[in-house]
Design a binder for this molecule. Structure first.
Ligand SMILES: Cc1cc2nc3c(=O)[nH]c(=O)nc-3n(C[C@H](O)[C@H](O)[C@H](O)COP(=O)(O)O)c2cc1C
Length: 371
């Protein structure tokens, strides 16, 4: 039997120009705990530092809004738009770096899935298609999603500019890189998804067209930030408002998306598993996985996600070549020191859903601890 200390997730790895102390990443988790104008708080610095001190090699922040127009998804979501945002994030990056982790800011445009935005009323999307499902109460929403306004090509140029400006602010804040959030049903995934993208211009129709906006965002950020700055992309088949969606073109569609983003000079691909376990969302016809395919198609480091706190699954995913890194969300909330526990062979605390209920805030966790 493999001892805990030889677990492959504990081996060092590389991403972009960075050497990571292991293969364990904290997955992005929205916590809606910033100030009302999106400034990260000292409590958020504490929260991120705990993962770094607990041994994680890479930390991806919660989805952060890149512009003061339609990108914000939730009230109390942090931003990367103002000088105050930069100052707030600086306190986070300084402490996380002191504790030895690489830190990446996830840039997220909510698009049609915005349920709290003080900057604008109404939502935007690739096409005027009402999103499936309902707003999420644990993030402060209620009722059906509004029908978004269809974005013009000029609007798209502005959105790309917003992502670039936010990436530059992330660099100024001390982040090692950014992750473009093109997963889970938010704006860039709305473009990738057939049923929310009914456009007949260069951004709709074929897979390459549907991936165009994500590629433009990625390439523009790379060009503005230079080769040293990490630029990753997060993708998923499932969505916060649709756990059943799978890329209709299967393997061929996945390959086109991956090669398009590799061509845009992404440093890594991160395949999320929203709402389902890894194998449920990653398995392709013929037994391969979306993550293994991403590796073989692009040669880039690939992060797998979905129940990776299970050390047996984590080991198998790495040993069988399905991924280079593993991102842990709920298991990391329950165990900010998961890498140290894995090294010591200490059992993990189970994740308790009431940590995130009725709200996903840090304050909710504080209350949960007292109970
Ligand atoms: C409270 C919470 C907030 C989340 N927020 C984000 C987010 O901001 N961006 C994102 O890409 N995924 C987000 N996710 C999805 C997770 O990153 C991850 O894909 C999912 O929880 C599955 O991983 P797990 O099985 O390790 O929990 C969130 C998940 C949770 C539980």
């Amino acid at each position: 039997m493999t001892t805990a200390t030889t677990h492959p997730a504990l081996a060092p790895s590389r991403i972009g120009t960075h050497v990571l102390r292991n293969r364990l990443a904290v997955a992005p988790m929205t916590r809606v705990s910033a100030t009302p104008d999106g400034v990260p708080t000292p409590e958020m610095a504490e929260y991120y530092t705990a993962f770094a001190e607990g041994g994680f090699g890479l930390i991806v922040t919660e989805g952060t809004y890149p512009d003061a127009e339609h990108s914000q998804g939730y009230l109390n979501q942090p931003g990367l738009v103002t000088d105050a945002h930069v100052a707030g994030w600086r306190a986070v990056t300084r402490r996380v770096h002191a504790a030895g982790a690489v830190l990446v800011a996830q840039l997220m445009h909510a698009g049609a899935l915005s349920q709290g935005n003080p900057h604008r009323s109404g939502t935007v999307g690739p096409s005027a298609v009402q999103p499936r499902g309902e707003m999420m109460p644990e993030y402060g929403g209620r009722g059906p999603w509004p029908v978004p306004a269809e974005l013009t090509v000029r609007d798209l140029d502005r959105i790309v500019e917003g992502f670039v400006a936010a990436a530059l602010r992330a660099r100024e804040s001390g982040f090692d890189g950014i992750e473009v959030h093109a997963a889970n049903g938010y704006l860039l995934d709305q473009f990738l998804t057939e049923y929310t993208n009914r456009r007949v211009d260069a951004y709709g129709g074929s897979v390459a067209n549907r991936a165009r906006l994500t590629a433009e965002v990625t390439a523009a950020i790379r060009a503005a930030t230079g080769p040293e700055f990490l630029v990753g992309v997060r993708l998923s088949q499932t969505k916060v408002n649709d756990f059943e969606y799978r890329w209709p073109g299967g393997r061929r569609e996945a390959e086109t998306i991956y090669t398009t983003l590799a061509g845009a000079e992404a440093d890594y691909l991160h395949i999320a598993s929203e709402g389902r376990a890894f194998l449920e969302t990653a398995l392709l016809d013929g037994g391969s996985t979306t993550t293994a395919l991403a590796r073989s198609t692009t040669g880039l480091p690939v992060i797998a996600n979905g129940g990776m706190h299970d050390s047996r699954q984590a080991k198998q995913v790495l040993v069988d070549g399905h991924a280079d890194l593993l991102a842990v969300a709920r298991g990391a909330l329950a165990n900010p020191d998961l890498p140290h526990r894995l090294a010591a062979g200490t059992p993990l605390e189970p994740f308790d859903r009431s940590m995130l209920s009725p709200r996903v805030t840090l304050e909710n966790v504080r209350r949960w601890r007292k109970d």
